[in-house]
Design a protein around this ligand. Structure first.
Ligand code: SAM
Length: 298
């Protein structure tokens, strides 16, 4: 059995009581028990939140994204994230820091954050104890993430009911994921931060021009519930770069790993399938939000 890294503040998805490791399971005082999978993760997805038999990204999508990301094609996005996280950690005086990746997919960004920012050895470096949690609703994503073999707590779960104690997280990263202000506010410490990454207006525009009749250049959406839940936008940055030329297989992987697979017309997908290579623009907007509870939420 692969090693599971237990985190300090996990709670039962059924009665919200603290979970503790007991042999090969996590158990709460209410008698609920969740087995640690042999790959080294735990499934804390409440059944009522499981809207389909196999929720989230499919095995095929996860494998495509894994090949694409591991080829380093989005490494500048990961580098920018790592830099933003460093700034936030330096600014935080907390000795013990919990970082949660909400919608971690196959774990590329969180694993690279752990290794490149040396968060795993942080305890020796400056006495900060760093705990890392990756949550995704796709069991395929989480299973793939365990393959990095890092001391990260990998959890099948949902951003719409995060299985961690209220007020226990310092920083949430959400890379091309689902903004859930109510749940992010619930689990963050006062003063906690969220780093969100989303596609910019011109992200992958060259691919979109091939697969759609008309390319809509929509601005990134306003985030709902910011002020209501006690969030304030404190930084916004745009990153634009040109990944190395994609080969035929990488173009297919890109189509499979994004919503374009579902949205593109049949003819559009046929045209993309005929491409031998593709040069692309990647454009990503990072938003950093700070959470401070509203007086009536305290
Ligand atoms: C576009 S992918 C991004 C994955 C990863 N953050 C990355 O950038 O490589 C969105 C991810 O959100 C996951 N997801 C969808 N709904 C979710 C939910 N309610 N809670 C947690 N994850 C969810 C999907 O399974 C998928 O892995």
């Amino acid at each position: 059995m692969a090693k599971f890294t237990p985190a300090a503040h996990l709670i039962c998805p059924l009665d919200q009581q603290p979970l503790a490791l007991d042999g090969g399971s996590l158990k709460c005082l209410g008698g609920h028990s969740f087995d640690i999978a042999k790959q080294g993760y735990v499934n804390l997805l409440p059944v009522q939140k499981k809207k389909s038999k196999d929720p989230g990204d499919s095995k095929e999508m996860i494998q495509a994204r894994q090949r694409f990301l591991q080829a380093g094609l989005y490494q500048p996005i990961s580098d920018q994230l790592n830099q933003l996280v460093s700034q936030q950690l330096d600014a935080s005086g907390n000795k013990s820091v919990t970082i949660l990746d909400a919608g971690c997919g196959e774990g590329y960004y969180l694993s690279r954050l752990a290794t490149e920012n040396k968060l795993i050895e942080k305890t020796q470096v400056d006495q900060k104890k760093v705990e890392l949690l990756g949550v995704d609703i796709s069991k395929w994503g989480v299973q793939a993430a365990t393959k990095y073999q890092l001391p990260i707590t990998w959890i099948v779960g949902t951003n719409a009911q995060l299985p961690v104690e209220p007020g226990s997280v310092d920083l949430i990263i959400c890379m091309f994921g689902f903004w859930q202000p109510e749940w992010f506010a619930r689990v963050l410490k006062p003063g906690g931060k969220v780093i969100l990454a989303e596609s910019g207006v011109d992200h992958l525009v060259e691919l979109r021009e091939i697969i759609y009749k008309e390319v809509h250049r929509k601005n990134i959406p306003e985030l709902k519930g910011i002020a209501e839940e006690g969030f304030k936008l404190i930084d916004q940055q745009q990153l634009e770069f040109r990944p190395a030329t994609l080969n035929k297989e990488q173009v297919q992987d890109l189509l499979v790993m994004t919503p374009h697979l579902y949205r593109a017309s049949y003819e559009g997908k046929q045209s993309a399938q005929q491409l031998e290579k593709l040069d692309l623009t990647a454009q990503v907007v990072f938003r950093v939000l700070e959470f401070n509870p509203q007086p009536d939420n305290v």
